[in-house]
Design a protein around this ligand. Structure first.
Ligand code: ADP
Ligand code: MG
Length: 642
């Protein structure tokens, strides 16, 4: 019985063990099936040797090696980590009872993948192994990296944009701003972000054109022009183009258009000046002819007066004085319309201004102090000395009028670099004359119109409104430009910039002596379309002994000359005439083989009369209005030149 019982017990035990073994085998079989069938990449790695103990089909597919190949490999052949570090990591995972890593795994193809590995230690047939599940996260990491990159690119673009960019929310609160926005608003980013957009608009504009956010959101892209109030009070004109970003935020690109506005304004001003210049130029030309008639006739009358008629002589002098004043006004007009006859020379601007100082002291009352500051070295400019004098005198006169209670007139001559000249003038080094007063100054309206001819704020009889326009015209004619700064109640500063002459230009010494005043016996062909002028010139020339033939235009002159060419010693011709002008007349005569001595008369300057292929040197011009002395002297000069 005991034996039977024992047998039964042993058998039960054996069966129990067999059952356990069967269960174990069954569970092992289930695990193996999961291991074999799962899509997850699974590998078993010996913790001590790093030998790959097993790998599932998903692993075979992922890595590209066959199972036997994989089983002959060690983990360092797959993991890109340095071996000691790798070993430590594997151990750490085992000790912690499981751990995740993000590492890189090598494939058979040589490619590397970013993987996330979760490792758990298990016992397998007496060996300590890590069971690792491997996830390929290359795509996810790439996407994350690309996102970060595009974010960085966006930031970079935002920062590098030449326009200010702000991003705001529906309520108009600024959420982001780039560094150009800081510059434009004159505020630090902290003073922009978190503030309302409206606070950045100038108070005046805020009321007139409230920022319409609804329009912004409903209309998509909008373009606005606004004035922004910088923190320092400077108002900047900007163009805002705003766009909804689609997520309730909007982005505004803000462009500084102050410079564009300034150039537009400059252009408008220049065009206006050009138009007025042409108009006045034309009028001045006609007036010149008339005044020449008046002057010359009165001079002749004075010369022909019987003795004892002092009264008539006085009258004539009055007449002449008035005509001369008229002529002076016309000179101003012509200089505004850039038609002043100028002779450019290399001169020391400081010296020319210094020379005018005496005149200024006489011109200005004692309670106005005059100071001149000059560069130690000559400031060589290519300029007309007379024109510079006119400029200084005009500016000083204006300063005087602006300082009825006295003050300081400061003149300063120096060389400067001009990086941003007005349109049409090249950047570079310029000679600069600054005239500054401590007078009444001008308001914006006056400042805007100061250079206009006939614009004056002075009572009739006191101001002609031609001073500033003359300064403007003369400077332009020099290839320079003028800047005007003025503050009401503080004073005015006018800066005149003239082209510098090269350092190696010699300064001329002295001026040639005036020629003598004589007549002669030669024959002169006088060509002039203005009857009065032609008559008085003829009589004046005849009176000093010349024989004078006259023609009313170039064609008539041509016929006369062809008939009596041998007799004519000198042709005096107006330049601008109907049918055939003076220069065309001269050309035709030259083409026909004649080579007459010629003297042109004109209200225009020589430079303006030539059309390029006519050598300026050959162009001897008698400027209108001329006096009898001018006329006879120039005639004699040309005849005597041989
Ligand atoms: P005018 O002196 O005959 O009035 P201008 O052409 O010289 O003519 O000047 C035009 C106007 O510009 C003046 O009437 C005056 O209002 C203003 N102006 C010119 N220079 C000054 C100055 N230095 N200070 C204040 N206002 C000036
Ligand atoms: Mg004036």
């Amino acid at each position: 019985m005991t034996g039977l019982l024992l047998w039964a017990l042993v058998r039960w035990a054996v069966e129990a063990v067999a059952r356990v073994e069967a269960v174990r085998r069954e569970s092992e079989e289930r695990h193996r099936q999961v291991f074999e069938r799962t899509n997850s990449v699974c590998v078993l790695v010996d913790i001590d040797t790093l030998q790959i103990v097993d790998a599932n089909p998903a692993a075979v597919q992922f890595y590209g090696w066959t199972r036997p190949e994989l089983l002959g490999m060690r983990l360092p052949q797959i993991n890109t980590m340095e071996e000691t570090a790798l070993h430590a990591a594997v151990k750490a995972a085992a000790d912690a009872g499981g751990k995740s890593f993000v590492v890189r795994h090598r494939l058979r193809s040589g490619a590397e993948r970013d993987v996330e590995v979760h490792s758990t230690p298990i016992h397998l047939a007496g060996r300590r192994v890590n069971f690792s599940i491997v996830h390929d996260i290359t795509e996810r990491l790439g996407a994350e990296r690309r996102l970060a990159e595009s974010e960085a690119n966006y930031r970079r673009a935002l920062e590098q944009a030449s326009d200010a960019i702000v991003v705001g929310d529906r309520e108009g609160m600024v959420l982001e701003a780039n560094s150009r926005a800081e510059e434009l608003f004159g505020r630090a980013r902290a003073e922009i972000i978190g503030h309302r957009m409206e606070e950045l608009v100038s108070p005046a504009d805020r009321e007139r054109f409230p920022l319409n956010l609804r329009e912004l959101f409903e209309g998509g892209a909008v373009l606005h022009e606004r004035r922004l109030a910088r923190k320092d009070g400077v108002v900047v004109e900007v163009e805002i183009s705003a766009r909804e970003l689609g997520d309730g935020r909007y982005q505004a690109i803000i462009r500084d258009i102050s410079e564009r506005r300034r150039l537009e304004e400059q252009l408008r001003q220049a065009q206006k000046m050009e138009a007025v210049g042409q108009l006045t130029g034309g009028i001045a030309h006609d007036l010149n002819n008339l005044l020449t008639v008046v002057l010359a006739n009165s001079e002749m009358m004075a010369g022909a007066l019987p003795p004892g008629r002092q009264d008539l002589d006085d009258d004539l002098r009055e007449l002449q004085a008035a005509a001369r004043r008229g002529a002076q006004m016309i000179r101003k007009l012509l200089s505004f319309s850039r038609r002043a006859p100028l002779t450019f020379q290399v001169l020391d601007l400081g010296r020319v201004v210094g020379d005018v100082l005496d005149t200024l002291r006489r011109l200005l009352p004692a309670h106005i102090e005059i100071k001149l500051q000059r560069d130690g070295n000559p400031v060589k400019a290519l300029a007309d000395a007379g024109a510079i004098e006119q400029v200084v005198i005009n500016l000083a006169t204006n300063a005087r009028d602006a300082m009825p209670n006295g003050g300081l007139l400061q003149l300063d001559v120096s060389k400067v670099d001009v990086a941003q000249p007005p349109a049409g003038v090249p950047p570079g080094r310029y000679a600069r004359l600054t005239v500054r007063d401590t007078g009444l100054g001008m308001d914006e309206r006056v400042k805007a119109r100061a250079f206009e001819p006939f614009f004056t704020t002075k009572p009739p009889g006191e101001g002609s409104g031609l001073g500033m326009s003359m300064v403007y015209g003369l400077t332009q004619q020099h290839g320079g430009f003028v800047e005007l700064e003025s503050t009401l109640g503080r004073g005015t500063m006018v800066r005149v910039f003239l082209p510098l002459a090269g350092e190696d230009h010699p300064l001329p010494q002295g001026t040639p002596a005036p020629g003598s005043l004589r007549g002669g016996r030669e024959t002169i062909l006088l060509v002039e379309d203005e009857d009065g002028l032609r008559r008085v010139a003829q009589r004046a020339l005849e009176r000093v002994g010349y024989r004078v033939l006259t023609a009313a235009d170039g064609l008539e002159a041509l016929e006369l000359y062809r008939r009596g060419a041998a007799e004519v010693d000198l042709v005096i011709t107006d330049v601008v005439m109907p049918r055939l002008g003076g220069i065309a007349l001269y050309r035709t005569l030259r083409q026909e083989g004649h080579n007459p001595r010629i003297l042109f008369t004109s209200g225009y300057s020589a430079a303006e009369l030539t059309d390029g292929d006519f050598p300026e040197a050959e162009l001897v011009v008698l400027q209108k209005p001329w006096t009898l002395a001018d006329l006879t002297q120039r005639v004699r000069n040309v005849l005597d030149r041989g």
